[in-house]
Design a binder for this molecule. Structure first.
Ligand code: C5P
Length: 293
């Protein structure tokens, strides 16, 4: 069994305040994008769980989110069956693209099917929340407004300012270093400053039909850009290029992205960006997966 695990970008990330636990209250609009990791599940005769990873230097031990998700499905369902899991990484690690969370969410749903466990949606949702704040989003496979610490997911439809369904391309730019998420939130908490609103106007439509306009914005940018000057420069450079509608940091970084009308514009931009940022920089033109997958 093979599963694609898409990355996400945040089109909006507002920090609403600190919570009594170690987390921050968020309002974040996340959208799946067309770069993905791949998970393969094969039966294991010995009832063991094993994980092999290619494409990233990541520990594949018991603490890996995929292994933790697999153990959760076993615990919740009581199955004793084993599985050999192969993970091929394409999404950069520590990139604010939630690759690890997507891998974990897809492990939950895939093993539920693979082992025929019949775990319910609320059971999977509760399990996802214990693995990380971004994991629940990936159980839905469509744009969503996420609140709480990020785990409360309300799917939305995304529209352009004129009310047409949103179709956008983007160029993802990752510098090759990661930004630790706890550090980003701590730095924000020490000096809370809201992110600058972008120039694009977008609309989110909730399930009850309520329409809210918003501009791309990420409240973690001032904290992260204060230390990682490269990212501030990358965002500004992208914003100034022809055909770029807006640019923003994803999550707590280190990926910044440029939004374009079409993926082809992002592909063209990738050529000049590679020259500007140098060969070490990871550049990936993508589509925003705005329709339910
Ligand atoms: O939930 P996740 O494992 O992604 O969170 C990583 C860290 O990011 C948390 O331990 C916390 O320090 C910070 N965080 C936060 N508020 C959130 C989400 C994450 O402070 N809503």
């Amino acid at each position: 069994m093979q599963v694609r695990c898409p990355a996400k970008i945040n089109l909006l990330l507002r920090v609403l305040g600190r919570r009594p636990d170690e987390f921050h209250a968020l309002e974040t609009l996340m959208c799946p994008v067309s770069v993905h990791d791949e998970l393969t599940f094969e039966p294991a005769a010995d009832g063991e769980l094993s994980l092999r990873i290619e494409g990233a230097d990541l520990p594949a031990g018991e603490d890996n989110l995929v292994m933790r998700a697999a153990r959760l499905v076993r615990q919740l369902s009581g199955t004793r069956r084993g599985v050999k899991i192969f993970l091929r990484k394409h999404i950069p690690v520590g990139g604010g693209l939630a690759g690890g969370s997507s891998d974990a969410a897809h492990t939950l749903t895939a093993l539920n099917e693979f082992w025929q466990c019949a775990l319910t949606v609320p059971q999977l949702d509760a399990a996802a929340a214990t693995l990380g704040s971004d994991v629940n989003f990936f159980l839905h496979r469509q744009p969503a407004l996420c609140t709480g610490r990020g785990e409360l997911v309300q799917p939305v439809a995304l529209q352009a300012a004129d009310g047409r369904p949103l179709r956008l391309g983007a160029l993802l730019v990752h510098p090759g270093f990661g930004v630790p998420t706890p550090w980003a939130f701590q730095t924000y908490a020490a000096n809370p400053a809201v992110g600058e609103a972008g120039r694009l106007t977008l609309r989110q439509v909730a399930a009850d039909g309520a329409v809210t306009e918003f501009k791309p914005r990420n409240d973690l940018e001032p904290a992260v850009f204060g230390k990682y000057l490269w990212l501030a420069e990358a965002k500004a450079w992208l914003a100034a290029q022809d055909g770029v509608l807006d640019s923003l940091m994803s999550g707590s970084g280190a990926t910044v992205f440029a939004l374009t009308a079409h993926r082809e514009d992002a592909e063209k931009l990738a050529q000049s960006a590679q020259k500007y940022f140098g060969p070490e920089t990871w550049l990936h033109p993508i589509d925003l997966l705005t329709a339910p997958q």
